[in-house]
Design a protein around this ligand. Structure first.
Ligand code: 4NP
Length: 155
C-alpha cells in the first residue's frame, strides 16, 4: 500500500501545489502518493497560480494539471503525513483533528529544516515575483529531507 503525504496551505494555488510537485518528483510513484489541499475554498477547482506554474517549469516540473481543493476532515484518515506551510495553516488544520493520532500527523514543513522553530513558508500571493523562487528553494530543501526520511522509513 502506498504511503500518502498531503501538503496544505491557505489557497492551494501557490505554496502547497509547489510542495506537492517538488516532493512527488523526489519519490518513486509506485510507493508514494502526494496530494495538496487548502484550508480556504476561494480557489477550489482552479489551476495553481500562474507564477507557481512558471517557477515550477523553470525547475523542470509541471504542476499545471493540479486543481485546488479544500482540506477535509477525511484527509486525516486518508493521509499518513500532513505538512502545513505556516502556523496559521497549522492552527486551522489542528482545529479539525478528532484525536491525538490525527494531530500527530500534522507538521510545519520547515521544521524539517529548522526543527521546532515553526518558521513559516511566506505566502507569496500578494508579494513580488521573486517570492515564488524563494518559496521554491525553501520547499525544495525541506522536501529533500522529507523524501530521504520517507524512503528510509518506507522504502
Ligand atoms: P497559498 O496562497 O496559500 O500559498 O495558495 C494564497 C493564495 C490565495 C489566497 C491566499 C493565499 N487568497 O486569499 O485568495
Amino acid at each position: 500500500m502506498s504511503v500518502k503525504i498531503l501538503m496544505v496551505c491557505l489557497g492551494n494555488i501557490c505554496r502547497s501545489p509547489l510542495a506537492e510537485g517538488i516532493l512527488a518528483s523526489k519519490l518513486p510513484k509506485d510507493k508514494f502518493i502526494v496530494d495538496s489541499a487548502g484550508t480556504g475554498a476561494w480557489h477550489s477547482g482552479n489551476q495553481p497560480d500562474a507564477r507557481s506554474i512558471a517557477v515550477a517549469k523553470k525547475h523542470q516540473l509541471d504542476i499545471s494539471t493540479q486543481r485546488a481543493r479544500l482540506f477535509k476532515v477525511e484527509d486525516f484518515e486518508t493521509f499518513d503525513y500532513i505538512y502545513v506551510m505556516d502556523k496559521s495553516n497549522f492552527r486551522d488544520v489542528i482545529r479539525l483533528a478528532k484525536n491525538d493520532e490525527q494531530k500527530e500527523k500534522v507538521e510545519i514543513i520547515l521544521n524539517e529544516l529548522y526543527p521546532d522553530e515553526n518558521v513559516d513558508v511566506p505566502d507569496p500571493y500578494y508579494g513580488i515575483d521573486n517570492g515564488f523562487e524563494m518559496v521554491f528553494q525553501m520547499l525544495d530543501e525541506a522536501c529533500e529531507i522529507i523524501a530521504s526520511k520517507l524512503k528510509a522509513n518506507h522504502g
